[in-house]
Design a protein around this ligand. Sequence first.
Ligand code: HXC
Length: 514
Amino acid sequence: MPLKRKIKELQKKREQVISGGGEKAIEKQIAMGKLTARERILSLVDKNSFSEYDLFVEHEARDFNMDKKILHGDGVIIGTGTIHKKPVAIFAQDFTVAGGSLGLMHSRKITKIMDYALKMRMPLIGINDSGGARIQEGVNSLAGYGEIFFRNTLSSGVIPQISVILGPCAGGAVYSPALTDFVFVVDKISKMFITGPEVIKTVLGEEISMEDLGGARVHSEITGNAHFFAKSEKDSFAQIKELLSFIPWNNSVEHESTRVRDPKREFKIDQIVPDDPKIPYDVINVIKSIVDDSNFFEVQKNWAANLVIGFGRIDGKTVGFVCNQPLVLAGVLDVDSSDKAARFIRYCDAFNIPIVTLVDLPGYLPGVDQEHAGVIRHGAKVLYAYSEATVPKITLILRKAYGGGYIAMSSRHIRADFVFAWPGAEIAVMGPEGAANIIFRREIKEAADPEKMRKQKVREYKTKFSNPYVAASKGYIDAVIEPKETRNLIIHALKVSQHKSMAGPKKKHGIPPF
Ligand code: HXC
């Protein structure tokens, strides 16, 4: 056959496969407000940068009449492209082909691109839109998932792994996204659950919609499984690109510096924190008064909002922020915020991103609910993550730093490299009211005017302990600084710690309180 005809044949074959599950299935996909798998990839990567592999892979299933079924691309598209002109590996499940269900060859396509991503040290982006294990392929589908989970774990901490949930992600399929670093969800489109509404109805007799069980809001506000919530697929892709503008491409390269810009003038650093420790404020304004161009990219914004995590740049370089949020529950640490902090600290540490911790908290959240939910076990994760992290760690105490909260939020004692405090900082075992009530109980009770005595003792306690100078006198704090000195000091601390080197005792690995 002459080459011209062979090329025509190739073009025809390509067109056939690219048509996915056919017009009707594509119409159904569009009617659900979803883009097609191919449109999704092309919306994400730089223009004309996508190169597809395994277009002609076919399934090998024979049971349940599968031998008569043609599944184009076996329900998944894989390839490489660029984002911000840098290489990425990507797969997108095609729901129009057998519901994007995962059979053996489908899983082999995914594991091939995962292997490329790890070998070439580039980020992996997985777009999930699937009915789960392809039922007709039985244990082969389960094997496929196992191979994917194994690779997710192998790549963890080496390359960034990003999951986007753009349709159903049911049953064991959810564990691949759960093993990745960042999960993106889209309102009304993403559905993630282990056991679906039908199983719940059969087993428990309860009726629940997919949306209420595992919709985008559920995972970004209640479970914490999702890190980014968007109103549309396009917005979600913009979020992914923004994330990729902050994080390094793998664990052995630094993210390139960007042009340094000063924080915006509207964020006046010395006017954000109120003098009265009982009055809340938004810690994000403090972050914005420190970072370049006041640009802060928050992670898990809608979950455990008493703690704020995210990325910013200082002097052009990416920094991870872990901050108590006095606006919500006075910024206490609890079960969820401990998990949120610990995982983010480990992400930053794995990818050599320095951590800036802003402290203002009255301690751990008291209560039976928290104790029974395992606040001991979860709280320990924060201690573990900070103690273990070897990246530069800079701590700034803005106001309250009481008790276990003071220790946990990257204190000197668990090896912060630099600890600064503003003059209004209060570093003590507990708040003045609680402390005075306990240690001066007898004096207060026996006084002619107990209330007057109580107030006097609170004042005494405040004068003695509610300041940064006791901790500074012991060297637990390196410097008490004026708010306006903060950015320059952090820039300096980052500069002098850029070659930080630390080695702990030899071990296979530690045993964190997972
Ligand atoms: C084979 C599947 C499939 C599956 C969907 N399809 N899921 N084929 N295996 N798991 C097919 C349908 O038969 C249909 O084919 C097409 O995909 C579109 O599906 P619909 O049901 O028409 O779409 P929709 O109404 O939008 O419903 C989507 C859905 C539903 C909610 C995802 O299809 C569903 O409940 N699927 C099963 C989900 C599930 O229980 N999966 C197994 C989970 S267990 P036709 O030919 O009619 O177009 C699991 C174990 C993994 O994943 C364990 C790993 C450790």
